[in-house]
Design a protein around this ligand. Structure first.
Ligand code: PEP
Ligand code: CO
Length: 452
């Protein structure tokens, strides 16, 4: 892969090859919406982005751990207090378990407040002999299987912005208001899991945290400040480039250009190639960026890409999110790790055990098996340990609801249950119980590794 580092601007991606983009019937309306978006207040600040870069650099060095999770595709109709709260709650619970199990601070990054645009392998969807354009995410068209719903509508970009802003407003308020207070951790409703075999381990962890807090309070003689506040960062796939461009702003005091629609934008697997407009766009922004890599990326291509996107080898800049599938890790991951090691590149390795393990159930519905997700994660943890590198984070598609989209785990979702509460419009997510169990499994894995 060759990249040419010619002059960058927020619009220089327009000269490159942009795939997975939308053709609107009313181009003038798109331009009107984009001009409006350009004037809207940004969703995040450059200070927050800089803070995240520092945290990620720490994670790359093995001193912090990244937990990234949320929906595959956010829906406008899901912008409700209940759903947002439940998602934060599960991310908090998972983070507490990871802090305890890995003995290090956890950086919480949601796939939310902007995860609206989806790349699709097939531009069309066929049902009963009828073919329509695929659903591409709520900021582009609607999932209903009618010709009208599938027409891209530029006004959806504005709605995506408003939903992101409303969601972020609640997230910031809750994160600041004691919702996240560790002292309240046993109130984080676990009614869904009373029967689950792992509930005991969770309660043990929470009571040990309480003991530690009580001890610290006793010896310091003061209330411990700051425990009620946590930070959630946001992330989404920066797929819809005209939207991303509208939030790409110069920040004078920082003397840099940022994407202020999210903290951590990422490049999806389908838009990662030589001369890609998405790669060009990411090159010039100061945000940390994620890169989704599959088992088939040649190590030389990964190296060129890393050098192109991070020429100064800054440790907080790149998150390499591997998503290979459980069967491919053993063969493909060492080659990538070796190439990065050989060239002395600073990256944060993160594992997405979801996207390489998608399969079709016998009914034709997309699903993933809990055992495969966990097995990929364990294989990746072992591989990094064997090669002397650091796995600095994990990336999940999950929800705080009791859905039936992925199979397995202690909650006992079987293939025949998939149509009971399957709400995802794109990829299947871990439900609340499967997510909690996954975090406990990771914590246990690290504790066992420490013990040997
Ligand atoms: C996703 O994260 O939803 C996605 C489409 O991932 P990938 O680009 O890794 O396939
Ligand atoms: Co997905």
């Amino acid at each position: 892969m060759k990249y040419s580092a010619s002059n960058w601007s927020p619009a220089s991606w327009r000269k490159k090859k942009a795939v997975q983009q939308v053709t609107y019937t009313d181009e003038a309306q798109l331009i009107r919406v984009l001009n409006q978006l350009r004037k809207q207040p940004a969703l995040v600040t450059s200070w927050e982005i800089e803070a995240l870069r520092k945290h990620l650099a720490e994670a790359a060095a093995g001193r912090k751990f990244l937990l990234q999770g949320g929906d595959c595709a956010e829906r406008f109709e899901d912008c409700t207090v209940e759903l947002i709260k439940n998602r934060l709650k599960i991310l908090l619970q998972m983070s507490v378990i990871l802090i305890y199990g890995l003995k290090m601070p956890v950086i919480r990054v949601g796939r939310f407040a902007g995860q609206y645009a989806k790349p699709r392998s097939d531009p069309n969807e066929t049902r009963n002999g009828i073919s329509l354009p695929s659903y591409r995410g709520d900021n582009i068209n609607a999932p209903e299987f009618t010709a009208e719903a599938r027409i891209p509508d530029p006004r959806r970009l504005m709605q995506a912005y408003y939903c992101s802003a409303a969601q972020l407003n609640l997230v910031r308020a809750l994160a600041d208001a004691g919702f996240a207070d560790l002292h309240n951790a046993d109130n984080w409703n676990l009614s869904f899991a009373q029967e689950a075999p792992y509930i005991q381990s969770y309660q043990t962890i929470i009571s040990k945290i309480h003991q530690a807090l009580d001890f610290a309070k006793t010896v310091s003689d003061h209330p411990i400040e700051g425990l009620g506040r946590v930070t959630f960062y946001t992330s989404h796939e920066a797929l819809h480039l005209p939207y991303e461009e509208a939030f790409t702003r110069e920040v004078v005091h920082a003397n840099a250009v940022y994407n202020l629609s999210t903290h951590l934008p990422w490049i999806g697997k389908r838009t990662l190639f030589e001369d890609s407009a998405h790669v060009e766009y990411m090159r010039g922004i100061r945000n940390p960026i994620g890169i989704k890599v599959g088992h088939d990326i040649p190590p030389g291509d990964l190296i060129s890409l890393i050098q192109f996107l991070n020429p100064l080898n800054d440790p907080g800049r790149l998150v390499i999110i591997t998503r290979m599938g459980v069967a491919k890790v053993e063969d493909s991951l060492p080659r990538l790790i070796e190439a990065v090691q050989r060239t002395g590149m600073n990256v944060l390795w993160c594992c997405d055990p979801m996207h390489g393990n998608t399969e079709k159930a016998s009914s034709g519905i997309k699903t993933r098996k809990f055992v495969n997700i966990l097995a990929e994660l364990e294989a990746v943890i072992d591989m990094h340990a064997r090669m002397g590198t650091v796995l600095g984070g994990v990336h999940f598609e999950l929800t705080g609801e009791d859905v039936t989209e992925c199979v397995g785990g202690a909650s006992g979702v079987e293939e025949e249950h998939l149509n009971q509460r399957y709400f995802s419009t794109v990829d299947p997510r871990l439900n609340v119980s499967q997510s909690l169990e996954m975090a406990l499994q990771i914590a246990e894995k690290y504790q066992n590794m420490e013990a040997v």
